[in-house]
Design a protein around this ligand. Structure first.
Ligand SMILES: Nc1ncnc2c1ncn2[C@@H]1O[C@H](COP(=O)(O)OP(=O)(O)OP(=O)(O)O)[C@@H](O)[C@H]1O
Ligand SMILES: [Mg+2]
Length: 336
């Protein structure tokens, strides 16, 4: 039997069992006001059954947000099932979503439940929903309207109580205007719209994301947490991050693998990002110099807090001398 092409996250019991094997689940972190607003809206709608549409460029964290929403909902104990609507041929997508009866098509040797059924009481995450053909759009619309479905080759109507969260890196409204996406489905999905901003518009998230990725890698490799110097962080904050958080994650991982020292410095970042990551046009021009400094400030505050205000330890971890740290604390008016 072919492997199912969707992913099922089991409820807490199963999850606990899995967690020891994998290195745990992704925890959503953010610090910028823009992202906090989005997360707070997600948390407000989480307890309801409302259908949610998440839009944002590739790699911004749409799936992380969808999982966060599921975990904050009364459905958290049931499954979160994710499917990439753009990655499957139409016939396969249909059988994955709706399931099939035995003998429904050549190769359907046994009955299989589709994900709308599997996620009963849980959440279905329709990723890249803008990639569905118009025929599939009609079929999905029907489920959203009636909360019922038939397996392929089946005649019985089956109820489904799956909450739908959809995501797209396209502007679906424009897709509607240009005739590629059905208006009625758009309205059904877009009951609540969450727009995840690109990373270059929320660079205050960079320090906390860098720390999260460093922490994850340290745990996976069973080694101590390493820090980034304030200048290294400031340099990272000035990149354009076209691949958004996913690109940042890759860069952090690469830096930690390639740099053996305790602290990742500005010159490490320069050396290991050459030709792969680009600075925002005009460097600090598009965002103000202030906001790059803000990132540096947030980073220093974070490490200081983590060390309970111990300046010697903090300076050591940041790879700067204590005097430089004092100067930064004074310049940034940091209260510890
Ligand atoms: N706020 C966040 N906190 C922690 N990790 C994050 C956050 N946002 C994104 N990530 C990490 O960045 C990577 C990309 O996130 P995700 O897969 O959710 O993005 P996406 O918007 O669904 O991307 P795509 O459009 O390519 O499918 C993941 O590995 C995730 O761990
Ligand atoms: Mg995704």
């Amino acid at each position: 039997m072919p492997e199912p092409s969707f992913r099922v996250d089991k409820g807490p019991a199963e999850r606990r069992r899995k967690e020891t094997a994998s290195c745990g689940r992704v925890e959503l972190v953010c610090e910028s006001d823009r992202m906090k607003e989005v997360v707070s809206l997600a948390e407000r709608v989480a307890p309801t059954d409302t259908t949610v549409l998440i839009q944002g460029e590739s790699g911004t964290g749409k799936e992380v947000l969808a999982r966060h929403l599921h975990q904050g909902s009364p459905r958290a104990a049931a499954d979160f099932v994710a499917i990439n609507c753009g990655a499957l041929a139409e016939a396969l997508l249909e059988s994955e979503l709706f399931g099939h009866e035995r003998g429904a098509f050549t190769g359907a040797v046994e009955r299989r439940k589709g994900l709308f059924e599997l996620a009963d009481g849980g959440t279905v995450f329709l990723d890249e929903v803008g990639e569905m053909s118009s025929a599939m759009q009609v079929k999905v619309l029907r489920v959203l309207q009636s909360r019922e479905l038939r397996r392929l080759g089946g005649s019985t109507l089956i109820d489904t109580d799956a909450r739908i969260v959809a995501a797209s890196n396209k502007d679906l409204h424009r897709e509607v205007r240009e005739g590629r996406f059905r208006l009625d489905l758009y309205y059904r999905l877009n009951v609540v719209l969450l727009v995840v901003p690109p990373l270059r518009e929320r660079i205050r998230d960079i320090p906390v994301l860098v720390e999260q990725f460093s922490r994850r890698l340290a745990a996976a490799e069973d080694r101590e947490l390493r820090a980034f110097s304030p200048d290294a962080l400031e340099l990272l904050a000035g990149f354009s991050w076209e691949g958004n958080v996913r690109e940042l994650e890759n860069v952090v991982e690469r830096l930690l693998l390639l740099c053996e020292q305790r602290v990742v410095t500005e010159s490490d970042v320069l050396e290991h990002t050459k030709g792969t990551v680009h600075r925002r046009p005009g460097g600090a021009g598009t965002t103000s110099v202030d906001s790059l400094e803000e990132v540096k400030r947030a980073h220093v505050i974070r490490v200081l807090r983590r060390n309970g205000g111990n300046r010697r330890l903090t300076a050591n971890q940041l790879g700067i001398n204590v005097k430089t740290l004092y100067n930064l604390v004074r310049r940034f008016e940091i209260e510890v």
